[in-house]
Design a protein. Sequence first.
Length: 325
Amino acid sequence: MKDQYGRELTDLRISLTDRCNLRCVYCMPAEGIDFRPQDELLTDDELLLLVRVAAELGVRKVRLTGGEPTVRPGIVELVREIHATSGIDEIAMTTNGLLLEYLARPLADAGLNRINVSLDTTDPDKFHRITRGGKVEKVLSGIAAAEAAGLLPIKLNSVVVRGFNEDDVVSLAALTVERPWEVRYIEMMPFGSVGDFAEAGVVKSEETMEKIEAALGPLTPLDLSGEDPARTYRLMGAAGVLGFISPISQPFCAKCGRLRLTADGRLRLCLLRDDEADLLTPLRAGATYAEMKEIFRAAAYRRPFGHALAEKMFPQARVMIQIGG
Ligand code: SAM
Ligand code: SF4
């Protein structure tokens, strides 16, 4: 399956829920959001049907996200079913890690291959502040459990936010000296009600790299091809890798082959645009399997080329917790 610009679409990110057990400052506003009523979210059967459709159209890799994917009831069974879907070669998950201590092993046994854990800082107080209440110790235990369960390679996502964790980029980088992890620094993106906050607090990758090099020595480039959104580097003698994801300063739209399915059954055609195709309504109105396949294919085909952040236009309709990163 390709879009109108010839980009191959093999990667589907599925948001399993718009609920979360944290409230990160860049992901949702302080006053919270209106969660979708349960009956407006995809059921397991609907979701599995859409995964089958996607796989038949050429999707090979599924990433489960949210909200927080691990708070979805029946998550382990769902992973098992996705794993059993013909054509799906790889299942990954992006999680805040809080529940991994209990879930890493069952998820791995059910067929989960890899995991990205969000970790913006290892400082307990700063973590508490950025996540509005989270305990970093839980995340660190979760990472250890994921490693023990073989969910490798472990990737850690860190959104760099001025005034919150921009100096912690160094201690996070230092983790890779001993551990074979990939620490990925993400430039904060503006969405809806947290858009102004994100624009004001964004820290560009170049600044993060300079800070790391000044403290820990030169970074050796590994992969700057743009095939992966992260440009990767290694610290001298380090076991792990550093990645820089720069949607603001170095957009990677030309090579983006990602489709996103929201928890309420919309195919989001670009992370940073409000353009979506409603799959839930035709599904519930009795569209046949063949019709759903055609609706999916046609929507994917019309993916826009890229975002419009350079023109100061950011998506308004949803914040990240309602999309799935
Ligand atoms: N709850 C899970 C987690 O935190 O990993 C999965 C969902 S979360 C929306 C997915 C990723 O999006 C996380 O790595 C998070 O840090 C990132 N994210 C959320 N809001 C963002 C923003 N405004 N800009 C950049 N990344 C963001
Ligand atoms: Fe929850 Fe993840 Fe958003 Fe934080 S980034 S509020 S953990 S969904």
